[in-house]
Design a protein around this ligand. Sequence first.
Ligand SMILES: NC(=O)c1ccc[n+]([C@@H]2O[C@H](COP(=O)([O-])OP(=O)(O)OC[C@H]3O[C@@H](n4cnc5c(N)ncnc54)[C@H](OP(=O)(O)O)[C@@H]3O)[C@@H](O)[C@H]2O)c1
Length: 266
Amino acid sequence: MADDRRRTAPLLRRLESWQGRRVWLIGASDGIGRELARLLAADGARLAVSARRVDELEALARDLGPEALALPVDATDQAALTTAAARLEAAWGAVDHVIYTAGVYWPMGIDTFDVEKAAKMIEVNLTGGLRVTAAALPLLERGHAPQLALTASASAYRGLPRAIGYGASKAGLYNLAETLAVELAPRGIDVRVINPGFVRTRLTDMNDFRMPAMIEPEAAARAMRDGLASRHFHIHFPKRFTGLLVAARLLPSRWWLALSARMVKG
Ligand SMILES: NC(=O)c1ccc[n+]([C@@H]2O[C@H](COP(=O)([O-])OP(=O)(O)OC[C@H]3O[C@@H](n4cnc5c(N)ncnc54)[C@H](OP(=O)(O)O)[C@@H]3O)[C@@H](O)[C@H]2O)c1
């Protein structure tokens, strides 16, 4: 068994069509997740949408059509996730895609350091991804060509100024996705990580600094949909921005720290 596991390469299946695919999207009540839900439903997928706010979810589910399910849940609550997964199992039997886009963000430098908010970012963004994976695994294992996708961020690549807590949560999620890609391949589950650059949502509305190559949520959702259907493990966009940060992973720490210190100065 141990040898079989070592020999199994991560699964990166190309998806020809979203028609009839059963998608559980967590973080769907706003921003990028909401746009992705609309896009996938328009492409014929069946959607179960989750987040904490019930009214927003129910309005979205009505927009998506009669087959859509609203499953309100807090991703930090394991018991609630298990209940949501059981509801989904009763409705669909299994799921083909679990897409985790839930996230919280507060810009934070040392001048505004708030340990409770920083811990909350790790609790929702990283531990929430872990909890959703645990709750959804039995459903995914019974899915057809199943796929798990975790939404991290371009801030996952290197430590960035003003990203205390957020950057660490996303670096952790990126790392988790790499581990799960190998661990879940023998169970037939294809794992992806999504690292967006700046996207105009209520999260980036909080930033008071310049955000290069900002895109709209509709464009982000299209890049996610196309990335998830491709054979790329690491989905990142817009590449004119994220490509630079991907390359920056190769810089020695000393050089990176000097560069990021210049970003703080402006
Ligand atoms: N916007 C960007 O520039 C950007 C860049 C890189 C990565 N990202 C990541 O992309 C994802 C989507 O971000 P966004 O900009 O679209 O933000 P958003 O508009 O604030 O959407 C975040 C979603 O997460 C849900 N959520 C938050 N806490 C939750 C919890 N505890 N349990 C369940 N759902 C929860 C929110 O719904 P409720 O409030 O109803 O729970 C909402 O549906 C996040 O993971 C974010 O970190 C965003």
